[in-house]
Design a protein around this ligand. Structure first.
Ligand SMILES: Nc1ncnc2c1ncn2[C@@H]1O[C@H](COP(=O)(O)OP(=O)(O)O)[C@@H](O)[C@H]1O
Ligand SMILES: [Mg+2]
Length: 451
């Protein structure tokens, strides 16, 4: 693959009118004998683009080899390739100019260009790029726009491909959508033309090296000590539970906190698309699904892993996100001896969460009728922890809700605690959680008094 054609950018863009290294390094490149001012920067930038494409395609072909190279080796390799390219094509550049091209290329290829600072910034949680000019980050859940520093979509694409190449993932017209995990655990999703209309769209969810603990979430006001006690007891007493919420409400973080409540002696199997959970637990087996190669060949789904995990003598199965056919196996496992299992689900209310479970079970080929499905859900699931994200970016537990049986063909939901917010005397928001009933009905936690 040598050409990527964008909707609006079929020809390579004009190089920038500076002699900086393609906008990547903010420092001018230093040379002992540099006569950078004498260099025709337009020609240089053209050569650099060409050399970049050339080197990148080699790296993509041999991803694994490059992942192992140290910077010195990579620099030598790039120098060699640039020299033979320029001399081979008889491009009239002098030695200083050739060295300049090789050096700026190395800087760009060894690092992540303008993404480098954002990736290194510990306060940045997410990076969202909607085409090279539109860059957003979120910090503590609050989105802000930051200055774009990519020259054009081709520049952005080169950096993204360079990030993906060592992971053995390619991005081109035949696979214009990639989801991958970086070596540091961050997740990256890229989608390009023809699927993305406005160029290269990149979403990065950065890995938190220290996960949010229960204390952190309480400090952030996501829940209070009474909810903490209830949830801890529910996990210890092997309630089956799901954390329900919309995108980025903090489901995975909450699941991580809940899984930490699992007593130390138990054998835990976690199943995720990309391993995000970070448990301090001793006895954890971490499984990760595999997307598969071309047209999904060789894919291993969450469902395959759930099925397999049940043969691995688990005490508990934790599924990062239940979003497909695995729902049936989870429900079955939950009601047949693997109680205490948990997962997250994408839904905006507890009722919605039930609808989603029903819908997914239907897609998964549940053979019984609606009533038997509801019965199965009601007998499998004990608790729903619903989270919401307020407009301010704060995350709150909206309710802890118990699945309390079946009434008139419907699953009965009973909130145990419900979130309320009111305005304080100074106009500030005050959160509280109101107990709705004095005790849960579920025998596993019926002893917990809700105060
Ligand atoms: N309770 C919380 N308060 C503030 N920020 C949170 C909270 N929980 C998670 N976050 C942050 O929100 C982002 C999304 O969290 P995550 O748990 O991955 O959400 P989800 O699984 O719902 O997509 C992360 O950057 C995380 O650090
Ligand atoms: Mg998640």
């Amino acid at each position: 693959m040598n050409e990527i054609i964008f909707g609006q950018e079929a020809t390579p863009p004009e190089p920038p009118p500076t002699n900086k290294s393609d906008g990547v390094s903010t420092q001018p490149v230093q040379f002992a004998t540099a006569k950078v001012n004498d260099i025709d920067t337009a020609v240089i930038n053209d050569v650099k683009d060409m050399a970049h494409e050339h080197v990148l395609s080699i790296i993509e072909k041999k991803g694994a080899t490059f992942a192992k190279m140290n910077n010195g080796e990579l620099e030598k390799f790039i120098q060699g390739e640039v020299q033979s390219l320029i001399y081979g094509k008889q491009i009239p550049l002098n030695d200083t100019e050739v060295a300049y091209v090789a050096d700026s290329l190395f800087k760009e290829i060894a690092g992540f260009g303008p993404l480098e600072d954002l990736l290194a910034d510990a306060t940045v949680e997410d990076i969202m790029i909607n085409g090279y000019k539109d860059v957003y980050v979120s910090r503590m859940g609050v989105m802000e726009r930051v200055q774009a520093r990519f020259t054009d979509n081709a520049h952005l694409l080169r950096i993204v491909r360079r990030i993906l190449a060592p992971l053995g993932r390619r991005l081109d017209e035949s696979s214009p959508m990639v989801d991958a995990r970086l070596p540091d655990g961050s997740r990256i999703n890229v989608i390009i033309a023809p699927l993305a209309r406005d160029g290269v769209v990149v979403s990065i969810r950065k890995f938190r090296s220290t996960p949010l603990r229960a204390e952190d979430l309480m400090g952030l006001g996501t829940f209070d000590a009474r909810l903490y006690e209830l949830m801890r007891e529910a996990v210890r007493k092997r309630c089956n539970l799901v954390v329900s919420g919309a995108t980025s409400t903090g489901k995975t973080s909450m699941l991580n906190v809940l899984a930490e409540f699992i007593p130390a002696g138990e054998r835990l199997i976690t199943i995720e698309d990309t391993a995000e959970l970070q448990l301090n637990h001793h006895h954890v087996v971490r499984l990760e699904s595999r997307p598969g190669g071309h047209e999904g060949a060789g894919a291993i789904s969450i469902r395959d892993l759930v099925k397999n995990s049940l043969r691995m003598r688990p005490d508990r199965v934790v599924v990062g996100e239940v979003r497909g056919a695995e729902v049936l196996d989870m429900l079955q496992a939950m009601s047949t001896g693997h109680d205490g299992s948990m997962g997250t689900i994408h839904a905006s209310t507890p009722r919605d969460c039930l609808h989603r479970l029903e819908m997914l079970s239907g897609f998964a080929g549940f053979t019984g009728n609606e009533m038997s499905l509801r019965r199965q859900i009601a007998s499998a699931l004990d608790l729903i922890v619903q989270i919401v994200r307020l407009p301010s970016g704060k995350r709150r537990i909206y309710s802890v809700t118990e699945v309390a049986g079946i009434v008139d063909d419907n699953i009965l939901l009973q909130d145990l605690y419900r979130h309320e917010s009111r305005l304080g005397p100074d106009g500030q928001e005050i959160d509280s959680w109101v107990p709705v009933v004095p005790y849960p009905k579920n025998p596993k936690i019926a002893h917990v008094r809700l105060t």
